[in-house]
Design a binder for this molecule. Structure first.
Ligand SMILES: *Cc1c(COP(=O)(O)O)cnc(C)c1O
Length: 346
């Protein structure tokens, strides 16, 4: 009996035994009244880890980003963000649909940054024709740019630009923990320049549900109202927060293993005939590669791999994505490489 090697996403991770125990034993209360001690403990812990005054537990990263954008911007205000941003591609256009916030996209460089000159040039002057630019949003690590890590100095420079021009900086840090581990920096250092941050517990950290946002106390007060407005006020959510606490305490440092597995996968793929990848761009747990063998495309390779028990998503006509996570072992990576090689020889 062989098990499936599921590299579609780090979202497929299931809660650990320690999480299930913590969930079963969690002290709970009504969190809308602020009376869930476990949620309160999680929010304090997240604020500490991120070096912010306060934090708020939310059901998903999408809701976290949405309530941050809505807390910074009013209807008709403009947000600057990368053309590969998760907020732009994968969140149902929520900030426009729910908040009337106008997204202005600028090209993401391959490393996930947005050129500083372009950002500076896109900030609107005071003119009755223009929307008011209020917010810059960055993403770290950058999902669609292959899990690239933004340099802390770059984030600081964007924050300085934003603040000099009266704007706010939001960081979508769904995989901020991966960025911190890859750089050997504290998560707080990476968001020092940000006015708000969203982070996730349910991807690489393996909690079943949950994200958080963090920022100044006054901002989090507004975000709490926004969370209620979009239906994210939860009651005895301590059963979920308990797993998130275990995620933060036990699952962050081990992300280094996922990164090593991703690098090994990338280097192995680079040696397979019919695959194109630059392994030097793999900095965390996300591996994008192209199939370049005549007669093959990404859906065909994805289906052929699935038939052999290896799951990866095709993300473009000739591009696939593999994401490593805590349920993937070094042996799984070697088996994956063997199967990719064998399948492409057929
Ligand atoms: C997954 C992800 C989100 C959204 O998180 P959900 O919990 O799936 O809503 C936001 N930003 C990035 C970069 C992500 O990878």
């Amino acid at each position: 009996m062989t098990t499936v090697i599921d590299l579609r996403s780090d979202t497929v991770t299931k809660p650990t035994p320690a999480m299930r125990r913590a969930m079963a034993e969690a002290e709970v209360g009504d969190d809308v009244y602020g009376e869930d001690p476990t949620v309160n403990r999680l929010e304090t812990l997240v604020a500490e880890r991120l070096g912010k005054e306060a934090a708020l537990f939310v059901p998903s990263g999408t809701m976290g980003n949405l309530i941050c954008v809505l807390s910074h911007c009013g209807r008709g205000d403009e947000m600057l963000l990368g053309d590969q941003a998760h907020i732009f591609h994968y969140e149902q256009g929520g900030s426009a649909a729910v908040g009337g916030v106008h997204p202005r996209i600028l090209p993401n460089c391959p490393d996930g940054t947005i050129d500083l000159q372009q950002l500076a040039g896109a900030i609107r002057g005071d003119d009755e024709h223009f929307p008011v630019t209020r917010l810059i949003a960055l993403e770290n690590t950058h999902n669609r740019c292959g899990g690239r890590v933004l340099p802390p100095e770059y984030i600081d420079a964007v924050g300085a630009l934003a603040h000099a021009r009266g704007l706010k900086l939001h960081i979508d840090g769904a995989r901020l923990w991966n960025a911190a581990v890859a750089l050997g920096e504290s998560p707080a250092r990476l968001v020092a320049a940000a006015d708000s941050v969203s982070v996730c517990f349910s991807k690489g950290l393996a909690a079943p549900v949950g994200s958080a946002v963090a920022g100044p106390r006054e901002f989090i007060r507004r975000a709490r109202r926004m969370r209620k407005q979009v239906g994210g006020g939860m009651r005895q959510a301590g059963v979920l927060a308990a797993a998130a606490i275990v995620a933060l305490e036990q699952m962050v440092d081990r992300l280094a293993e996922d990164h090593a597995h991703a690098r090994r996968l990338a280097h192995g793929l680079a040696n397979i005939d019919g695959i194109r990848i630059d392994p030097t761009t793999v900095e965390t747990n996300i591996v994008y590669f192209d199939v370049v063998k005549p007669g093959w495309d990404a859906p065909k390779l994805s289906a052929a791999l699935a038939a052999e028990g290896v799951r990866m998503n095709d993300t473009a006509p000739y591009r696939l994505r593999a994401v490593t996570h805590y349920e993937i072992s070094a042996a799984d990576i070697e088996r994956t490489l063997t199967i990719v090689d064998a399948v492409l020889r057929t």
